[in-house]
Write a protein that binds this ligand. Structure first.
Ligand code: MD6
Ligand code: FE
Length: 215
């Protein structure tokens, strides 16, 4: 059912980004209304906020979490917490539609039985970006990461295991899902400065949902 199309095609179902990393084009299309409704319910309880890096800089991307664990950063460092530091309450539960999407996408990419316990929600406004980084605060690197793009398109940067390795650039559009793991699990990646635009479902922003097994 899923053929390998080239990385930059619009209609290709499944494109290799690197070894053990794939883009599932428009995989989330069809349930985006439900995803955004669930997203808004999470944000109503655990508002988006600009976290501070250990170095003291406010991140331009606004973030929140749902699930048993949430990724946070502050002057004390990067880590996962079970509670939202703003409210002191547990992060909102992961909506069933989120978890099932992540599990299905992982399976299509060759990772069976992915059960995420953390979903980081990122909101990019025009002009914001996410610098090249590795996701390495999780305890179990055998699980993949599933990343869902909603709203405005963004240029995603995907490198190798060393910061200076060559970077592949790929546009992620509304509904695209990226899955990576195994040899790509600790690859450097980032998001270029978001261009201005207007999306019918999200307005002037891009949302990204990143699912992980953190605990
Ligand atoms: C983003 N994503 O696409 C940022 N990390 O907005 C990430 O940092 C990310 O997409 C790990 C795995 C997938 C990702
Ligand atoms: Fe990341």
């Amino acid at each position: 059912m899923y053929d390998l199309f080239d990385l930059h095609s619009r209609e290709g179902e499944k494109a290799a980004l690197a070894t053990d990393a794939v883009v599932l084009r428009r995989f989330a299309c069809g349930i985006e209304g439900e995803l955004l409704a669930a997203l808004n319910a999470v944000i109503a309880v655990a508002p988006l906020r600009n976290m501070v890096t250990p170095g003291g800089y406010a991140m331009s991307v606004a973030m929140t979490n749902c699930g048993a664990a949430g990724w946070v950063t502050d002057r004390a460092g990067y880590r996962y917490t079970r509670e939202d530091p703003i409210s002191g309450n547990p992060w909102p539960p992961m909506p069933a539609i989120f978890a099932s999407l992540a599990t299905r996408a992982a399976a299509v990419a060759g990772f069976e039985d992915f059960l995420p316990d953390a979903c980081l929600i990122n909101r990019y406004a025009p002009g914001t970006k996410l610098s090249l980084h590795q996701d390495k605060n999780e305890t179990d690197f055998t699980a993949p990461i599933v990343s869902v793009s909603l709203g405005l398109p963004a240029r995603f940067l995907f490198g190798g295991l060393r910061r200076n390795d060559k970077v592949t650039r790929v546009e992620l559009r509304h509904g695209d899902v990226v899955v990576w793991g195994r040899s790509a699990r600790l690859a450097y990646h980032g998001v270029d400065t978001l261009k201005d635009g207007e999306h019918p479902l999200t307005g002037r922003c891009r949302f990204n949902l990143t699912f992980r097994k953190a605990l």
